[in-house]
Design a protein. Sequence first.
Length: 142
Amino acid sequence: MTNNTKIPIWFWIIALVAVLWNLMGLSAFYSDMTITPERLAAMTEGQRGLYETQPLWAKIAFGGAVILGFLGSLGLLLRKPWTKTVLTLSLAFVLAQMAHSFMTDAYAIMGSGSLVMGIVVLVFALFLVWFAGFARAKGLMP
């Protein structure tokens, strides 16, 4: 890749959408980690049970997925060579987080929408790993 390589607009759009998507993930993680007693009380008994019994490793998986996803997305936007590695680590945390959801009754308790959202998160994480490799192979990133 030379300094004269013109980066197509679709690359910037995808990178920006990735950053925004992962900002939403960071917001959800922050909200989950700073839940108020009022919000906890508003949950159903099943939802409250899921939240109160969530193991530390599952919380770490959630945090790792969104923090690394955000950093990897910034890497895309800044065209950094470490982007695919960071996004791959984020994907590993997404898989761990999903494993926890399948090991519990999370999808039954939270409803089918949570399963759909989990699938969307997984597909987007897979896409970002693929896209980082694709962009590098096309000379759009170092």
